[in-house]
Design a protein around this ligand. Structure first.
Ligand SMILES: *Cc1c(COP(=O)(O)O)cnc(C)c1O
Length: 399
């Protein structure tokens, strides 16, 4: 028995940092790849694990084409390149996203334009409408799986013929009016980095129904010489682009696909568990006068593996920091996005963009928005432990 409360709490608190487990079914295929040394996607004449993953992922999401790459960041970069935007093109992105998103825009020689995000973590449509006319493309990050108003966004963009790329890195399994997130814009990008619903350490995939965009992405991802022949469909488009586009070599290798493929059949159950777990904790947090979990939008069926909530009312920074440390004492790590040092999701830390723009609404949200991981494998008892710890930490600070 640990003598002090802190040790006890940390012993009892669930570990939320482990990633999703890899199904045993992956082992045989990994062994096969290791003994044959067949790790490169273009070595086999057909049926390479990466190519099989692409077909299975396209089928899962209901998209025509999928291209597996090294990361979601690579998928975003290739999407912008495939759109053939002029150098310096203005690309709208939400001001609440991961630093990799403005980075992908810069990498593609475009200029990110940050759009305000409300205290429900979604794109502020008034600011979006004010900025859209000067934009040549849009990336919508469904940050932490929160879907922005895709009806309003698509209406504004379609009317102006502005392409939308969905950053669905954290939204695998989310639906909007029953339609899969990632299939609404021209291209949808997903991540297999360890803290996402499907865990391959690293990896990404993009989906599209547009054969020209798919062909351009395939070539630029590193399908040199005639390796495009190993991607099914639209052979004429590929032929058109061979040697006309740079090869950025952002391919996925077979071992990653071997880790990802057996997880795809588990996506539906992870989504259901994640949603139930999130809602169980949200219901408890919403009983507090000091905390609020913003609800989903009406058309949205979420697939969360974390929870975000706001400190509501008149919290000072000092109180918010105390809340973090009170939660920590109970074994739970709560991150207030804007109060943790150098947080990669706080836009003022994206110093590579130059001076931070004035975005008072997003800044205010980030200073009171809290982030807690809720991996889909947690039990109800573990979820209740987390909710109780957060409620008790808030009550202690505000007592
Ligand atoms: C994780 C994440 C990314 C980056 O994904 P990588 O595969 O690590 O490049 C981009 N956008 C969002 C919203 C993310 O959560």
């Amino acid at each position: 028995m640990a003598p002090d409360g802190q040790m006890t709490a940390q012993t009892l608190a669930p570990n939320v940092y482990d990633a999703e487990p890899i199904p045993d079914a992956a082992r045989a295929e990994i062994d096969r790849l290791l003994s044959s040394g067949d790790l490169f996607r273009y070595t086999a004449a057909e049926g390479a694990p990466v190519a099989l993953l692409e077909q299975e992922f396209a089928d899962l999401l209901g998209a025509k084409y999928a291209l597996a790459v090294a990361s979601c960041s690579a998928a975003l970069f290739l999407s912008l390149k495939a759109l053939d935007l002029p150098r310096g093109a203005r690309v709208l992105i939400p001001a609440f996203t991961f630093a990799a998103v403005p980075s992908a825009v810069v990498h593609a020689d475009c200029t990110p334009v940050l759009v305000e995000v409300g205290d429900n973590y979604r794109v502020d449509m008034a600011d979006f409408a004010a900025k859209i006319d000067d934009a040549q493309a849009v990336i919508i990050s469904h940050m932490r799986g929160h879907t922005s108003d895709m009806d309003a966004i698509m209406a504004l963009c379609d009317a102006r013929n502005i392409p939308v790329v969905e950053d669905a890195a954290h939204s695998l399994g989310t639906q909007w009016h029953g339609r899969n997130i990632g299939t609404i814009g021209k291209i949808g990008c997903f991540s297999f980095q360890s803290y996402k619903l499907v865990n391959a350490g690293e990896g990404g995939i993009l989906i599209t129904d547009d054969p020209e965009l798919a062909a351009r992405c395939v070539i630029m991802s590193g399908a040199y010489e005639s390796n495009w022949k190993k991607h099914p469909g639209m052979q004429n488009s590929y032929m058109l682009w061979q040697n006309k586009l740079p090869l950025y070599n952002m391919r996925m290798q077979n071992l990653s696909a071997a880790v990802i493929r057996p997880q795809l059949p588990e996506v539906a159950s992870r989504v259901a568990k994640g949603r139930a777990g999130h809602d169980r904790v949200a219901d408890q947090l919403n009983t507090s006068a000091y905390l609020a979990v913003p609800p989903a939008l009406a058309p949205e069926d979420r697939a969360p593996d974390s929870i975000q909530f706001n400190l509501t009312g008149d919290w000072t920074d000092t109180e918010a920091l105390r809340f973090q440390s009170e939660a920590k004492k109970r074994g739970i790590t709560v991150q207030v996005f804007g109060l943790s040092d150098g947080n990669a999701r706080a836009f003022w830390n994206w110093e590579f963009l130059g001076p931070a723009p004035e975005l008072p609404q997003t800044r205010a949200m980030l200073m009171r928005a809290c982030d807690v991981r809720l991996p889909t494998r947690l039990t109800e008892a573990e979820l209740d432990y987390i909710a109780t710890a957060i409620l008790s930490a808030a009550a202690t600070v505000k007592a």
